[in-house]
Ligand binder design. Structure first.
Ligand SMILES: [Zn+2]
Length: 64
């Protein structure tokens, strides 16, 4: 048995391999993954993407 797992690329609809040989899964290729990721980031944040929130400050109660 040698079943290839394939599913349509969420981006372009071409068959994309879903095993380890495809580092871009579930997309068919790097471009589709980057495009989709870019859309997602842009849609969610609406910014160029280098604006990280600072880590939450630890409370000072248990100091001293
Ligand atoms: Zn694709």
């Amino acid at each position: 048995m040698n079943v290839e797992k394939k599913a349509p690329c969420p981006r372009c609809g071409q068959p994309a391999r879903l095993d380890e040989s495809n580092p871009w899964r579930p997309f068919c290729c790097r471009r589709c993954k980057l495009i989709d990721l870019g859309d997602w980031v842009a849609g969610r944040y609406g910014i160029p993407a280098d604006d990280r929130e600072p880590p939450p400050a630890a409370d000072g109660e248990s100091r001293q």
